[in-house]
Design a protein around this ligand. Sequence first.
Ligand code: NI
Length: 203
Amino acid sequence: MRTRICLHWKARPKTRLEEFRPLAYLSLMAVREILTVPNPTLKEVSKPVDTVDEELRSLMDDMLDSMYAADGIGLAAIQIGVPKRVIVMDLDWGNGERNPRYFVNPVLSDPSENTLPYEEGCLSVPTYFDEVERPDRIRIDYLDYDGKPKTEIAEGMFAVCIQHEMDHLEGVLFIDHLSRLKRQRAVQKVKKLVKQREQDNAA
Ligand code: NI
């Protein structure tokens, strides 16, 4: 079975977004630049977080704002240039709802033998999608937004998303699971896109 999932780029109506975000919230938003391939920072291995404090929560807030602004459903801190083991996610974002989740120092274990191919995308590899096969069920231990330890069993799209984001913490991108040819094609596509955006902005 082949399921198409755009891991970070779920479409949602623009008008809806305006309804969600009152002006007061907009003014507090801190949208940071998301790094794209081949930026070498994306290859860095992120370091564990010592304490979940206000500073870290502020980082998580910024990450969530940046993810929403880019129409994503998952983001790792390294994607905004911060090498900390922190992930934010919202699997309901594309459905017009908000259900933000935060994972600090996440650890995955007990992957299922059963794997499923999913069509993945990444905010650091914009407009490129390809199929990656991963276990469809996995255990995750982490600290939440308040620093409390949690354990969950992730399945389906949640399992795919958390594994994709965990890869970022190890400096691995979903295109690293593909052939060299496909990976080169993806990087070329992104380079071209970034150049085009720069030209558009300058115009
Ligand atoms: Ni990604």
